[in-house]
Design a protein around this ligand. Structure first.
Ligand SMILES: *Cc1c(COP(=O)(O)O)cnc(C)c1O
Length: 462
């Protein structure tokens, strides 16, 4: 499989190249040159374990980068770290209404599903090449801890992880800053998540520094993460009668990585009725998909902080398809967006997107109510991100004969304050994390300034 940049001006790469590059050199994101067709294989995949299904799904994307037994071992290792035998179990909430729990990994959020695999892929491929990289990332909370957990202690990798100071939950911060491995470096930036993400982009675009520091990314722009996330869409479908009937999914959305993986699964031939893009009041994607107006606003803090963004990096991957895979047109659109903070989606492209996507903005009050009501009706305690998606699913349900699978992206104990306020119950951390609040922390604080960050990184890597 070969990968092309959404802006059409970066080298075409194989899986190994796209994995290590993260962001393309023209500022674009890598996407596969064509989609493998899985439709005719789905019935044969019924009843496979999560690991076996992941192997079948990943193999065509990985290609010759890894021999089959090595890929199988990596997958087994990645999902062996999960606390549930089904890896991503389904729970029923009501008639034709399901929750898929994606939070049984080591840091209690869905990002482990991709990151546990990505860390192992990095380690294997870098070791084979005798190389090392500096993973530079920005996190609104969960990516950072998932990356740190997946990459800690690897000799070939130095991690520099930015988070917006004071804007991630204490559990999220501590899951990052209490990791004492020498290759892990946390930076609290005096700014928002979008500022952090912009700093990362700026340093990646300083090509000389990028090469010297051997910068690499594991945030949700990394193609390997997207492909790992396509697996649970197929897993849910097969468990609920797919491919003989279509399934809808409701996805709590920030950077558009998770729901784009659902789109990718549909592109490959999975029968998907609707993808509900549920945002909190940071609603750039809801506005874009409802009116064609993709324009940034100011980031507003919410009780679902992992979705507090006003630029959704992975949306560019969808724009690429909406522009007929014309990289030059995407580059022009993104340059305009960079300059003005606004991009308008043409009416026919919007119609095309809306055949699959439904976008819903969910306010804070509805999110709290949904946490409370879900507990009252089912006994289940859901986290605020999951609640945003449940509220979105209820609003955009459409045909009730189609099963709705809402993706539960975080364990409620990651967001204890909001959950306690909504339910009166303080969700407990699993025993292996019980002492999190007592552990020592280590992190630097930097201004929102690319030069300061560059010299900080130079200081670390020497
Ligand atoms: C990252 C995250 C999301 C948003 O996922 P995207 O791929 O950025 O859209 C939703 N919920 C939780 C808990 C997350 O950590």
């Amino acid at each position: 499989m070969r990968y092309v940049s959404t802006r059409g001006a970066a080298p075409v790469l194989d899986f190994e190249g796209a994995l290590l590059a993260g962001l393309a050199r023209d500022g674009g994101l890598y996407v596969p040159e064509s989609w493998p067709e899985i439709g005719h294989r789905l019935t044969f995949w019924r009843g496979l374990s999560y690991q076996s299904l992941a192997f079948e799904m990943l193999a065509p994307f990985v290609g010759e980068a890894l021999p089959a037994p090595a890929l199988g071992d990596l997958i087994d290792g990645a999902y062996g770290s999960f606390g549930h035998k089904a890896v991503c179990p389904l729970v029923q909430l009501g008639p034709n209404d399901f929750l898929m729990e994606l939070f049984h990994g080591p840091t209690l959020a869905f990002k482990d599903v991709a990151m546990q695999l990505l860390g192992r892929l990095f380690n294997t491929i870098l070791t084979r090449r005798g190389e090392s990289v500096t993973v530079l990332g920005a996190t609104s909370g969960d990516t950072g801890s998932a990356a740190i957990e997946a990459l800690k202690g690897l000799p070939a990798v130095t991690v520099v992880m930015l988070h917006p100071k004071g804007r991630v939950s204490e559990v999220q911060r501590r899951q990052m800053t209490t990791v004492m491995d020498g290759n892990i470096h946390n930076v609290a930036v005096e700014g928002t998540f979008d500022d952090c993400q912009a700093l990362v982009k700026t340093l990646f675009n300083r090509l000389e520094f990028r090469d010297k520091a051997r910068l690499s990314a594991v945030n949700s722009i990394n193609w390997a993460r997207i492909v790992a996330q396509t697996v649970y869409y197929v897993y849910a479908s097969l468990a609920l009668g797919g491919p003989d009937r279509p399934i809808s999914f409701a996805v709590p959305t920030g950077n558009f990585g998770d729901v784009y993986a659902g789109y990718a699964a549909a592109k490959m031939g999975l029968p998907v009725e609707k993808l509900v893009v549920a945002t909190n009041r940071n609603d750039i994607l809801a506005r874009a998909l409802n009116t064609g107006d993709y324009s940034t606003g100011t980031v507003q803090p919410t009780i679902s902080p992992s979705m507090d963004i006003q630029v959704a990096s992975n949306f560019e991957r969808l724009l690429f398809d909406l522009h007929g895979r014309d990289g030059t047109a995407v580059a022009r659109a993104m340059d305009g967006f960079q300059a003005t903070g606004r991009l308008t989606i043409a009416p026919d492209a919007l119609d095309q997107a809306r055949r699959l996507f439904r976008a819903v903005k969910v306010d804070e009050e509805t999110t709290r109510e949904t946490i409370g009501r879900t507990k009252a009706e089912t006994g289940l305690i859901v986290d605020p991100h999951t609640a945003v998606a449940l509220a979105g699913a209820a609003q955009a349900r459409g045909d009730i004969g189609v099963p709705m699978v809402t993706l539960a992206t975080a364990h409620p104990a990651k967001f204890p304050t909001a959950v306690e306020a909504a339910t009166g119950v303080l969700p407990a951390l699993p025993p292996r994390m019980a002492d999190l609040y007592q552990r020592d922390e280590r992190y630097a604080v930097l201004p929102n300034d690319a030069d300061a960050l560059q010299s900080h990184i130079s200081g670390i890597i020497g």
